[in-house]
Ligand binder design. Sequence first.
Ligand code: PLP
Length: 817
Amino acid sequence: MIHTLQPQSLKSSLISLDSRQIYDAANTAFFAVRGIHHDGHQYIENLYKNGVKEFVVENEAWTSILSEKAKKWNDADFYLVENSIQTLQNLAAQHRSTFSYNLVAITGSNGKTICKEWLATLLNGTYHLVKSPKSFNSQIGVPLSVWAMKSSHNLGIFEAGISQPGEMKNLEAILKPSYGILTHFGEAHGANFIHEEQKLQEKLLLFKNSKTLIYRSGHWDKVIQTFIKNINPTIELIEWSTEDPTKNVFVHFNRSANETQIKLKKAAQSEPFIDIKTELTDEASLENICHCLIMAHALGMDNLALNQAIKRVKPISMRLEIKEGLRDIKIIDDSYNNDMDGLRLALPLLMKYETKKKIVILSDFLEIGLPEENLYTQINSMIKNLKIDLIIGIGSQISRNKDKIAGIEVYQSTDDFLKSGRLNSLFNAAILLKGARKYNFEKLVHALENKSHCTQLEINLDALQHNLSYYKNKIGLETKLMVMIKAFAYGAGAVEIGQILQQQGVDYLTVAYTDEGVELRKNGIYSPIMVMNPQIEEFAKLIEYSLEPEIFNFELLKAIDEYCLINEQNIKIHIKLDTGMKRLGFESHEIELLANYLAETPQLWVVSIMSHLVASENLTHDIFTKNQISEFKRMSAILTHKLSYTPLLHIANSAAIENYPEAKLDMVRLGISLYGITQNKKEIKKIENVLTLKTYISQIKTVDENETVGYGRKGKLNKKSTIATLAIGYADGYPRSLGMGKGMFEINGELCPTIGAVCMDMTMVDISHLKEVKTGDVALAFGGKIQLSKIAKNAKTIPYEIMTNISSRVKRVYVKN
Ligand SMILES: *Cc1c(COP(=O)(O)O)cnc(C)c1O
């Protein structure tokens, strides 16, 4: 039906002026607006087909073609009007007039949105609020905001902004606010004054019918007083000042580096009516929060309630960033408040990425004035019709409500989510991140971001898990498992690997130095931890962090004994015996003495006795190894015999687990094989590679036969070639000895030999044989087709050295499928 009159009311409860922002078509009225770059009337046919049933259209844009079509759309209503925006404003004013509760209106040059958000934060719980989304304060934004008013609310907070004279009276007519805040209004200088004064007066028109206005005293006091008293003689002006104690409210800030105490005092009183502490410290924030405190007080909140509420006030970011991420991911990082409006406004950005998987990651919502269960049902209805491939919820509230959002995956915290490795399994996706500040979504952004130096070591957590299960199975239930995570877990990241191992119920973790153990403890690892090389000066630290030292000579033994006596401490220790390594450990001739000593020092509790094999990976030393094992059994028996309890015995490293099943004893010490590395030909087939070192091509060049590549003119070519420069060098831990063709990189499935010398940050490879290649393509140093063991061999070293040399600037990325 085509109506030639303005609508008196609309059936739809939602309004949209943006064809891309329609979620609930059957319940949305579309206002066609003509802008400079686009015309909303163009979308009408499409919107009708998608289920929109109410349209407000402009006479001038209503073509005969549209009109003919519209006649056939019997189930739709079209309102032909002079001006869609004006119609919208009229409807909004009418809608607002049906509610008798108070509105607070905020205007000024700076800080409107912040004030609105903070005031809402303070009043949340005391009132059922409705407020403008984001910075919706324009001729369109205000009516749209007001449209959200419902009878279930009992207070509205709206911002109003103007860009030219004549606009404020429209907004005032819609809002009719009882309370007003005039936020910071800039200083004016000389010639500009008249112009600025007019602007201020225009803004003040918003409060023509208000009963209270709050502003900070300063420069403009006279102008404000004269003008406002003229248009609204009965208004109560609350002027506050940090300088003049005679003003209505006198404010005192007591600032320190990370906190400010604010005291507010009324002119005639000696005691403050608000005395509060906030983490805000900068001048602009303090000014804004003062407006809010005074307003909240005027609306009935007392000092006690405000002291509670201010804890929720955090700096607000208006930022939304779209970033290139790793693995073809677009990150839409929207750090603005994650309320419903924020989500609604950000979703269209996500939907733009048509060829990518669409993923939304949400934290608990900070929606105000809605019970939890309705909140998540509403979020579900907002997103269920969009083709979103994955929704991830982070936080305890959203987790509790997971049955309300179809298909959501939930995690208790951002750290839990990161640890799960799930993030790293995402690729070719657009990800919308909407997280409340305290959820630290910047950690997710960071993990997803494409760093300029993006050489990275990928740690495949599924493969790690597979290998761990394989070895657990192999050693059986009777044997305990200790995993060596010294040296940053062989370069893979001690904290991350430690956390996984702890979760998997590994019995012991071992590090080389006390500080490595402390680092683990500080990151939530409570599994038993052995420290192989404790320093005497660090005993206090060991005890403080429940780290268990390995004791390998009498000097250490006596020192720890003394420490225990002086401090009246009992301590768990591990005794190391030397059965052939000639490195650390008590020797055969010291065993009797050691046994007697330990028998008389019950404050030292020997948890385990251990020794280390010299050549368990190499069967040519089979006799030597077997001898070490029997020697260990003999020596440990002497000790155990003298003790009134039985310590755990262990000697097997990775290779011994594989080659000497008889050496597994009470516990084994798994190291390198956890990462899928072994020299054992049978075993290598059972375990999976965990580590992949990835870089990319920075530049491609054609080099003539007579030219050379790199330092010292070492890279000689025997024909015209194409070479690629890779973003990895010996400073990243790629061995310099792999230059001159000794090393290879896998690029697009092909092996490419190095050419010339490896540089500090770069390496050149010959890619003449590649058909399709371009800058930015990935190059694998190992993982994929190239085994870490193989390049270690070419570099005349062992995998351990390559792994632990990968420098800290190489980002560790944990991947899970
Ligand atoms: C590092 C280490 C291990 C583990 O060795 P892998 O060869 O990596 O299995 C075992 N025991 C001791 C004492 C170690 O220092």
